[in-house]
Design a protein around this ligand. Sequence first.
Ligand SMILES: Nc1ncnc2c1ncn2[C@@H]1O[C@H](COP(=O)(O)OP(=O)(O)O)[C@@H](O)[C@H]1O
Ligand SMILES: [Mg+2]
Length: 378
Amino acid sequence: MHVSHLSLADFRSYARAEVPLDPGVTAFVGPNGQGKTNLVEAIGYLATLGSHRVSSDAPLVRMGADRAIIRAAVTQGERQQLVELELNPGRANRARINRSSQVRPRDVLGIIRTVLFAPEDLALVKGDPGERRRFLDELVTARSPRMAAVRSDYERVLKQRNTLLKSAAMARRHGGRSMDLSTLDVWDQHLARVGAELLAQRLDLIATLLPLADKAYEQLAPGGGPLGLAYKSSVGEPVDSGAARTREALYEVLLAALAEVRKQEIERGVTLVGPHRDDLVLRLGELPAKGYASHGESWSYALALRLASYELLRSEGSEPVLILDDVFAELDTRRRERLAELVAPGEQVLVTAAVDDDVPGVLVGTRFGVSGGEVTRL
Ligand SMILES: Nc1ncnc2c1ncn2[C@@H]1O[C@H](COP(=O)(O)OP(=O)(O)O)[C@@H](O)[C@H]1O
Ligand SMILES: [Mg+2]
């Protein structure tokens, strides 16, 4: 698939923007702070309902405006679709597909698929577990958009369970009446049920992704691997071995783990086990990448994870749009060229760069200049 037109209203620095797009490579070139990333961030938002730079919507709305609109025409073979999101910070966002307003934002997922490479990706390797959980869950959702509902159910159940635990912790501290624990049992079951579904999808993803990531790493940094991806579960026992991986088995494992930590949970007032406390341990050769890999190795690792995501999504459905936001400037010549060769055949590749020289020669295509809020075809 590819995006054939992008329209923005009051998104980031843009009061308005109309950008017609072709398949193949398109580069947005211009000095820093001119609005290049803002353009690709908008496309990424339509694909994931989130930004790769910020976790809340407020910064996405142009300063002084009260809502932002992102609209895109999407071409998939012979089919054209129009998707639109209205971002209303503090209130519910709204969505339209082909001008029909009878849809939820979540229904937009799956129409545009993207794989986005950005300098922020280094955090996949060096950052907190939350970065890797987000990576996994966004990819899980891109593979299977219905998982968006599972993720939001999990968030909701977790929040309500935490509220309950907090009031139990308070009651305990102030010597009040102890809580009726049967209510907590019900929430344990909810959490284990939804958590098991998310966990099963994450584990399946990791198993599928590993050979692809390993291959991509070998292409970017020959002889540097092999990679290992190990799921580190908060339940304290390995959950990624074959038999334990079914949803039913994971439900039992989670339920048992919750029972085991219940006393501590009531003392501390938070949920201590579940997918929200898990991590993905990235290994390079014998060592964990985090804390051990060099800067260059960490970069190659992050790129390998993105390239693997791309291979995975295209093998399972429509070809995603590849977005490379300011990444070439971060790489040495060899990695730059390898990466460019690997992505060049993509159906649609959107690149941002401060100067033309940062865009590798094999990525010939359409060029736009971005400056002073204007996006001009060169
Ligand atoms: N909500 C907003 N309202 C107005 N301007 C914004 C908003 N968010 C970001 N900007 C501006 O957008 C510019 C950054 O755009 P960006 O696309 O990141 O630049 P680059 O071309 O370097 O990728 C900054 O000048 C910033 O002040
Ligand atoms: Mg930028």
